[in-house]
Design a protein around this ligand. Sequence first.
Ligand SMILES: Nc1ncnc2c1ncn2[C@@H]1O[C@H](COP(=O)(O)OP(=O)(O)OP(=O)(O)O)[C@@H](O)[C@H]1O
Ligand SMILES: [Mg+2]
Length: 192
Amino acid sequence: MEPILEVRNLTCGFQTQAVLKNVDLLLYPGQLSGLVGPSGSGKTTLIKAILGLVHPWAGEIWFQGKRLKPGTAPPKVGYVPQVETVDWNFPVTAQEVVMMGRYRKKQFLPWTSRHDRIAAKALLERVGIAHVAHRPIGELSGGQQQRVFIARALVGEPEIVLLDEPTSSSDLRVQHELLHVGASNKKRSDQQ
Ligand SMILES: Nc1ncnc2c1ncn2[C@@H]1O[C@H](COP(=O)(O)OP(=O)(O)OP(=O)(O)O)[C@@H](O)[C@H]1O
Ligand SMILES: [Mg+2]
């Protein structure tokens, strides 16, 4: 089977300090992989490099058999940021944050369709927080904020989802549920 994502010999960092040196990574369709390492070891940096947010000093990133131009994200990727790094003073509701995940499909048109709103609502239900859909994101608990971002990552029907510590603020039951939402999302879209 061909890998869906391949990182080859990636070296990158900040200013003059290398964080990742000669990193290789292969991900295959249908695979659930975890990345572990101590705080500050470069897990978030690797995700950001795959998303084109950190420029590689050397190395290549391939998606579905095509090399990505440095600084560009794979076309069908969902991303859940580490909650500690998000600015929660942003004046938007949970549902509006989820709908941001559909902009790529519509070439960033600044309005949303009824279909987008239904898709956003359905995903908020799937992650168990439909009742906070119209509350400002900054007023939600850490675990609820993470679930909003998981819904945002899935609502664009991505081929791969990169999650940066997506369950760190959730209790064990919710962690278990969330790790199954992504898998069932893929099955559902395959059936359509
Ligand atoms: N924007 C930045 N500018 C300068 N240095 C940075 C920046 N972002 C991260 N670093 C440094 O890069 C290194 C790796 O950070 P990174 O956030 O990738 O670690 P991590 O493995 O995700 O850690 P954690 O488990 O705490 O989230 C750290 O030494 C960090 O200080
Ligand atoms: Mg991190």
